[in-house]
Write a protein that binds this ligand. Structure first.
Ligand code: SAM
Ligand code: DTB
Ligand code: SF4
Length: 331
């Protein structure tokens, strides 16, 4: 049997690691199309220019207001449009949230991320969230919140409370976005990100893969993130967690190598950003997660729960770090 091997791709190594905001779709598509060993080599090279490849930043998540969300995101357990069976609950009390933050700190988490199932926060609720942020900061942890769309004034209010990061994902390509969410637009997402940036808050923005999108949508998503006026300081890459009762429950599973490729291309195009191996780790083997770290992921969600779904236990993650000779990043 004869196997045809295409000519080895030309690798322009001297350009690797440069901070660029003018990535074209063609270039990003070209990165996704590299043979996996070549892509991994480039991603590793870039990762080592800016980070200690042994270190992984660990963030813990808490859902501070769960379910009953008016948005219709096709992947989400918390949308009121889908019957996921999730029990909705009101905004938590500040003291209860801070007790969870203290517990997260005691397990070694350095960042505490709080998520609320809102289209956008009401100003009265925002005051309560600001008190949570102040409490988390007083514990010596970094703070992150994800509350939906923000006005410029709301972003400034959050900044005054000491907020470090705001999470607001682009989620997918501009083309696929309207197939997954109809109650807001890709442009709305960009507007909130601009409000967050203008308020001087670090941006956490990434997306979800494995939503039944085409390879070209992963190209479009990474291009959109890497051509923002500033690269998001943190880039979460989620693998869809299929939720019963949602329109995306039965989409075709994505090959884990395509997930790893997405991490690697995020690393190469956004060299100084923290790239987070986010939702979906429970369904990944230790070997797949190790390849994600080798592709340039240097952050995870740590703790046995994400927002509404489960995540590997802390001791399982610590055991994996030990096997890989990796360590949690100091706060
Ligand atoms: N309501 C806010 C919003 O949408 O911006 C914040 C919370 S929302 C749950 C945060 C992010 O979690 C979403 O943008 C999406 O990327 C991710 N997410 C939600 N459900 C998911 C699922 N089933 N699998 C993977 N990621 C998911
Ligand atoms: C992000 O990109 N992933 C996190 C966080 N930002 C808020 C959320 C993942 C949610 C996974 C599904 C769930 O637990 O409901
Ligand atoms: Fe609501 Fe956020 Fe879920 Fe969309 S992803 S339904 S906005 S909680």
């Amino acid at each position: 049997m004869s196997v045809t091997v295409e000519a080895r791709p030309v690798v322009k190594l001297p350009q690797l690691g440069a901070m660029r905001h003018d990535w074209s779709r063609d270039e990003v598509r070209g990165l996704f199309a590299l043979p996996l060993p070549e892509l991994m080599f480039q991603a590793q090279t870039v990762h080592r220019m800016h980070f200690d490849p042994r270190e992984v930043q660990v963030s813990t998540l808490l859902s501070i207001k769960t379910g009953g969300c008016p948005e219709d995101c096709g992947y989400c357990s918390q949308s009121a449009h889908h019957d996921s069976g999730l029990q909705a609950s009101k905004l938590m009390e500040v003291e209860k949230v801070l007790a969870e933050a203290r517990a997260a700190k005691s397990t070694g988490a350095t960042r505490f991320c709080m998520g609320a199932a809102w289209r956008s926060p009401k100003d009265r609720d925002l005051e309560t969230v600001c008190a949570m942020i102040e409490g988390v900061k007083a514990l010596g942890m970094e703070s992150c919140v994800t509350l939906g769309m923000l006005s410029p004034a709301q972003a400034i209010r959050l900044k005054r409370s000491g907020l470090d990061y705001y999470n607001h994902n682009l989620d997918t390509s501009p083309e696929y976005y309207e197939k997954v969410i109809t109650t807001r637009t890709f442009g709305d997402r960009l507007d909130t990100l601009a409000n967050v940036r203008d308020a001087g808050i670090n941006v956490c923005a990434g997306g979800i893969v494995g939503m039944g999108e085409e390879a070209e949508d992963r190209v479009g998503m990474i291009t959109a993130l890497a051509t923002l006026p500033e690269h998001p300081q943190s880039v979460p890459i989620n693998m869809l967690v299929p939720i019963e009762g949602t329109p995306l429950k039965n989409v075709k599973k994505l090959d884990h190598f395509d997930f790893i490729r997405t991490i690697a291309v995020a690393r190469i195009t956004m060299p100084q950003s923290m790239v987070r191996l986010s939702a979906g780790r429970e369904k990944m083997s230790d070997e797949v997660q190790a390849m994600c770290f080798m592709a340039g992921a240097n952050s995870i969600f740590y703790g046995s729960k994400l927002l509404t779904t489960s995540n590997p236990d802390e001791d399982q993650d610590m055991a994996l770090f030990a096997r890989l000779g990796m360590v949690p990043m100091p706060g």
